[in-house]
Design a protein around this ligand. Structure first.
Ligand code: CU
Length: 149
């Protein structure tokens, strides 16, 4: 039986310990619901603040939803990504800024969420506020943008 050397593991441990000791990356759950406190077809919570390296998990708590990024509401250099209908969508964020999220089937009904990555000020705050969304989506996004820095 081969023995695994402890040296690389020790080196890795030292590397982690000296990397500025960032808080451990965390997972934040967002439910996709047909009915919530804010009305029908909602992400709960709809505003999430996380740190770079964290993962936001959109769960298909009720059927017929997905989560995907809104292309006009992303930090510079971040590419769009999308989850499938009725599937969990795990979005691991590394770039600070604001990430608009929509449910494609219910976007016109206002099913949107906003993720703030980092403590702000977000470089794309003005751009996110200027983004044109469908009327119901804009109505629900406004109070989320008001919470964002
Ligand atoms: Cu939906």
């Amino acid at each position: 039986m081969r023995r695994v050397s402890a040296v690389p593991i020790l080196a890795l441990a030292i590397t982690c310990a000296t990397a500025g000791a960032p808080a451990a990356a965390k997972d934040v759950i967002v439910h996709m619901r047909n009915q919530g406190a804010a009305g029908v077809m909602v992400f709960e919570p709809a505003f999430v603040k996380v740190m770079p390296g964290d993962t936001v998990r959109f769960l298909p708590t009720d059927p017929s939803h997905n989560a995907e990024t809104i292309p006009t509401m992303l930090p510079a250099g971040v590419t769009t990504s999308k989850g499938q209908i009725n599937k969990e969508f795990a979005l691991t964020v590394s770039t600070p800024g604001l990430y608009g999220i929509e449910c494609r089937p219910h976007y016109a009904m206002g099913m949107v969420a906003l993720i703030q990555v980092g403590n702000g000020p977000s470089a794309n705050l003005a751009a996110a506020r200027a983004a044109k969304l469908p009327p119901f989506a804009a109505r629900r996004m406004a109070p989320l943008l008001a919470m964002a820095k």
